[in-house]
Design a protein around this ligand. Structure first.
Ligand SMILES: Nc1ncnc2c1ncn2[C@@H]1O[C@H](COP(=O)(O)OP(=O)(O)OP(=O)(O)O)[C@@H](O)[C@H]1O
Ligand SMILES: [Mg+2]
Length: 502
């Protein structure tokens, strides 16, 4: 919680209190308040406000005046709390304090860096990033010593948002220029080069660009490139990243991908799911989990309140746990909860692919539904990997390589091929690996497992694979979901180690 005089604000929950009384604050007024808080007493310009609050529309200045007067009302008698800086903008005159320094805003908005390092194309973040302070610190540290850091994780886990927050914070604190390049809509090597070149100011995205021109464009520049969505053009992305960092010691690349680039100078950062409550968590523990905080923040943004009675909290915990703490899934679930209520959502979790549709209209197609998020990665798998994945869907708990081979090596697949496919599935984020036992074990997130099972049942081998599983595995091996998923099952915080299965 952040204190500004008599006013207390939670940026995560988007809530404002005056002496413990919750105020109703419209979402645009809150956006402006957030900008002022994050600017820590610096001037927030009108352009900053237009960019942050109305990014997609052109509105007149009177809109700012209306929203500012709502923000000023929050401060009541402290009517000098927000000072107008004539011809420029506004600033907060009361100091911002936090009981816990970790509550102070970790990300730096575009306005703060205005006039400092350039942030070419870096999207403005509209909602606070929840539960990633430690990750931000770790990634920032990694970038100091390594030219390429790749943020890895399954679809919708929050790689892009985390990358943007890190890049923005580095631009503000180190003066390094930042260039955001997304490869999401690129599908061949030449387009990768063209897109990177155009973003760096060399030629056009659809023209031929000699690699030497690219190298010349970055040489001598203190530059951080955020290269987003590399997985579907992984080889070209790897080649260009390696070439660029070898040409300039001042260049850093923060890549996001569902699979490692596997370049010479790369460190991986596995983006973990948000923390989920365990089955016996108390009300306080449930509310402290980052996945629950994110879900509630989404509900809040949709002007929907979730009661905090025991039964509602348990349903909340179940949703967050069964959706594996994946932000995209939680975002889709929150939108559905706002329409149908939390009880209905819990009852539809077994049918999540039908129910979790209708993402933000402006989100990329792969983030419009839960199924699309998985389809995007699935189409990048080899035929063997697809076959092994659907067979592994029968495991409702952790399993060893030996168990996987016993079940999945049948028909035309040898044990060796299954082992190779498991390595591929782990590196492409379909399989999670546990690090906390002597023998390495694997498991599927619940959503991935549901997806794999759907594929299995669409095939003709479901009966055979299920029979193999009951023949080869003692029933005692299976543990219920509650004990398998959650923070402990992931072996604590994400690791900077290379992919586990390699
Ligand atoms: N820590 C977080 N706090 C709040 N919202 C988050 C957080 N992480 C992600 N989100 C939200 O979840 C959604 C998915 O996040 P993001 O696009 O970063 O995922 P991704 O891993 O990059 O997915 P993809 O693999 O499809 O590119 C976004 O709408 C984002 O705003
Ligand atoms: Mg992304």
């Amino acid at each position: 919680m952040i204190k500004i005089g008599r006013v207390t604000v939670s940026l995560e929950m988007r809530e404002v209190y005056v002496e413990d009384r919750l105020l109703q604050v419209g979402s645009r007024a809150f956006d402006i308040l957030e900008l002022l808080i994050r600017a820590e007493g610096q001037t927030v310009t009108k352009e900053d406000i237009f960019r942050h609050v109305w990014p997609k529309s052109v509105v007149g200045e009177n809109n700012i005046h209306v929203q500012l007067s709502a923000v000023r009302k929050i401060f009541g008698a402290d009517n000098h709390a927000i000072r107008t800086i004539s011809g420029r903008g506004y600033r907060l005159t009361i100091p911002v304090e936090a009981n816990d320094p970790a509550d102070l805003p970790a990300t730096v908005p575009a306005c703060e860096a205005t006039g400092a390092a350039s942030q070419s194309g870096l999207p403005v973040c509209h909602a606070p990033l929840i539960g990633r302070d430690e990750a931000m610190a770790e990634i920032t540290r990694a970038l100091k010593g390594t030219p390429i850091v790749t943020l890895l994780g399954p679809g919708g886990i929050g790689k892009t948002q985390l990358g943007i927050a890190v890049a923005r914070s580095i631009a503000a604190t180190s003066g390094m220029d930042v260039c955001f390049i997304t490869l999401a809509s690129v599908d061949n090597a030449q387009s990768v080069i063209g897109t990177v070149a155009a973003a760096l100011g060399v030629g056009r995205a659809d023209g031929d660009v000699p690699l030497q021109s690219l190298v010349a464009a970055i040489r001598g520049r203190k530059l951080l490139v955020l290269l987003d969505n590399c997985e579907h053009v992984i080889e070209s992305a790897a080649i260009i990243c390696e070439m660029l960092v070898q040409a300039s010691a001042d260049l850093r690349i923060l890549a996001t991908s569902r699979e490692p680039l596997r370049t010479r100078d790369e460190k991986f950062y596995w983006v973990a799911p948000l923390e989920t409550p365990n089955v016996h968590a108390s009300a306080k523990e449930i509310l402290a989990c980052s996945s629950v905080r994110m879900f509630l923040a989404q509900m809040n943004a949709l002007n929907t309140v979730v009661e905090h009675d025991r039964s509602s909290l348990e349903m909340l915990a179940t949703i967050c746990r069964r959706l594996d703490g994946i932000p995209l899934a939680l975002e889709l679930a929150a939108a559905r909860t706002a329409v149908f209520g939390i009880r209905k959502l819990v009852s539809e979790l077994d049918d999540r692919f039908q129910f979790l549709t209708g993402g933000r209209r402006t989100a990329p197609a792969r983030q419009q539904t839960l199924e699309a998020a998985l389809d995007w990665s699935y189409q990048l798998l080899s035929v063997t990997e697809r076959l092994v994945l659907q067979r592994l869907g029968v495991f409702a708990a952790r399993f060893s390589l030996e168990a996987a081979c016993n079940v999945a090596a049948c028909g035309r697949l040898s044990r060796h091929e299954v082992t190779e496919a498991i390595v591929g599935l782990a590196s492409k984020c379909f399989l999670m690996t546990t690090f906390d036992s002597k023998t390495k074990e694997y498991f599927l997130l619940e959503t991935t497992r549901e997806y794999a099972l759907r594929k299995l049942h669409e095939s003709e081998e479901a009966d055979e694979v299920l029979t193999r599983k009951s023949t080869y595995l003692a029933p005692v091996y299976e543990q219920p979901y509650g004990r398998v998923f959650g923070v402990a099952a992931l072996g604590g915080k994400p690791s900077m180690e290379p992919v586990a299965a390699r």
